[in-house]
Design a protein around this ligand. Structure first.
Ligand SMILES: Cc1cc2nc3c(=O)[nH]c(=O)nc-3n(C[C@H](O)[C@H](O)[C@H](O)COP(=O)(O)OP(=O)(O)OC[C@H]3O[C@@H](n4cnc5c(N)ncnc54)[C@H](O)[C@@H]3O)c2cc1C
Length: 470
């Protein structure tokens, strides 16, 4: 039997809980310690997690505003949260904070086919929006591999990327307007719903990717496109990471922009096979999956060109898929890679992005770092973007020596990406895990600009403090 959970409340916590309960409708304030703790962290292994005073499950912008107002009065941190699928510790509780869950604000408010836009609450799940707009022949492209679970609010706050972003761009390119509660508990609308609009500074772009540190997003207007037509998938198996990386570089060098170009290495293929028995490992060591959605006859010509590039780069096997179910299964395997690896132990996720020409060199360096520090590093990648996810598999227990080696490999990967002209995070955000890397990427002057912007939007410093930078 597990022992009963200890209550969260200290005297300070009791006082803020009283004020929140007095101001919000019944049931909004969660004080049950087990439930509160289950809503106090994201999926980043190795990131510290604090003990919240309470969790608020808001249902409207006004409830968010009132929550922020009370936290401001008490000078208590507010940690916003969507689905908690983040991989950088961004939604992790800070001791004594209020975790503000937006998950229950999950209505799609408007779908406007004429203006090609949708207005949603932040708790709408990415796949639910995609399904709802598809009925109108419309498409919301940003498709993180977490699209069945992650929320639009979390996607906006992290500027999420995904599989088709190599051709269609990331979340920032689709956000037109936001309703935001600032750190001063004011409700503001920023951006525009028109097709064009340049009135004032581009505050929408500033808020997108701000990881809950500049404002709480309570409504999102997104741009939509027409649903794409049929697509062709090309699969290639390679004997090594470096040959697959060369193929990625050569696809870019040929001026081809596929609508997906994904990589899975042998560790991922094996983990998915062990779980789902898909027979992937029998075919080769590293899988590259490309998708082309240009209209015919261009689509077929580009798919054929990619097959040729894969072969010329050293693929042991490369073909166009003639079976749509088989192609879907391969992309499903790519989406399963992360949960499959999690079955082996804690997964410490990197998210570096390098110029495409350096993908082969970066992959070589990752292999060298794994050997140097004696750690297992699996690789999945939105390879066409140069966005690599080296995944360091941690030990099941608390072995201090293993964790020291993992830390060294983690820092080595960030340094390698920066030395190749890359960035420490392509899409997951800085959160808690990459704060050390950020100070190597940004100059002291730019860090100062960050602090000045934070002070303007959140003068009391209550919005997700300690995330992105101290
Ligand atoms: C299996 C798996 C695959 C993934 N694949 C991808 C991928 O392909 N591409 C990618 O980009 N990411 C990916 N991720 C990471 C993660 O899904 C994204 O970062 C996603 O955008 C997080 O959404 P969420 O709703 O879970 O947000 P959370 O994890 O709850 O929060 C993320 C951050 O946003 C802030 N936040 C949340 N909601 C709001 C709001 N309404 N207002 C202000 N701040 C807010 C939080 O404070 C936190 O800093 C993956 C994760 C998993 C587990």
């Amino acid at each position: 039997m597990t022992p009963p959970a200890q209550p969260l409340a200290s005297a300070a916590a009791e006082s803020i809980i009283r004020d929140l309960q007095a101001s919000l409708p019944g049931g909004r304030v969660v004080t049950d310690p087990d439930v509160a703790r289950s809503l106090s962290r994201d999926q980043a292994a190795g990131a510290p997690v604090g003990e919240p005073a309470a969790v608020v499950r808001a249902r409207s912008t006004d409830e968010v505003r009132r929550t922020v107002e009370i936290c401001l009065r008490h000078r208590v941190p507010v940690v916003p949260r969507g689905a908690g699928t983040g991989l950088s510790g961004g939604a992790n509780a800070i001791d004594g904070c209020v975790v503000l869950s937006l998950a229950a604000m999950s209505d799609i408010l408007v779908i406007n086919p004429l203006e090609r836009l949708a207005v949603v609450q932040p708790g709408v799940i990415n796949d639910d929006l995609r399904a709802a707009v598809a009925v109108h022949g419309l498409w919301y492209p940003p498709d993180p591999a977490s699209s069945p679970w992650s929320t639009l609010g979390g996607n906006v706050a992290t500027n999420a990327g995904g599989v088709c972003c190599v051709k269609y761009g990331v979340t920032r390119e689709y956000v037109l307007e936001l309703k935001v509660v600032t750190g001063s508990a004011e409700v503001v609308r920023i951006g525009h719903r028109t097709a064009k609009g340049v009135a004032g500074y581009d505050l929408v772009s500033l808020l997108v990717g701000s990881e809950g540190t500049l404002g709480i997003v309570t409504e999102i207007t997104v741009r939509l496109r027409s649903l794409p037509g049929a697509s062709t998938t090309v699969a290639g198996f390679f004997p090594s990471l470096v040959t697959a990386g060369t193929a990625v570089r050569e696809v870019g060098a040929a001026g081809i922009t596929p609508s997906a170009l994904e990589l899975m290495d042998r560790f991922c293929l094996r983990a998915v096979d062990d779980w789902k028995q898909m027979g992937l490992t029998a075919a080769g060591d590293v899988l590259l999956l490309a998708r082309v959605d240009d209209p015919e006859p261009t689509g077929s010509a580009l798919a054929e060109a990619i097959v040729e590039i894969f072969r010329a780069s050293g693929a042991s096997w490369a073909e166009r898929s003639t079976d749509a179910d088989e192609a879907d299964a391969l992309f499903a395997a790519r989406r399963l890679a992360y949960p499959a690896l999690e079955r082996l132990g804690p997964v410490i996720t990197e998210d570096v992005c390098v110029p495409r020409e350096h993908v082969p060199r970066m992959l070589t360096r990752i292999e060298a770092l794994a050997a140097k520090h004696g750690v297992q590093i699996a690789n999945i990648a939105h390879a066409g973007d140069g966005n690599l996810h080296p995944l360091i598999i941690g030990p099941p227990g608390d072995d201090a020596d293993s964790w020291r080696r993992i830390d060294a490999a983690f820092d080595g990967i960030l340094d390698a990406a920066l030395s190749l002209g890359g960035t420490i995070t392509g899409e997951h955000g800085v959160g808690l895990l990459k704060r050390g890397g950020l100070v190597h990427e940004l100059s002291p002057t730019v860090m100062g600009l960050h602090r000045a912007i934070k002070a303007a939007l959140d003068p009391a410093g209550i919005l997700n403090p300690g995330k992105i930078f101290e």
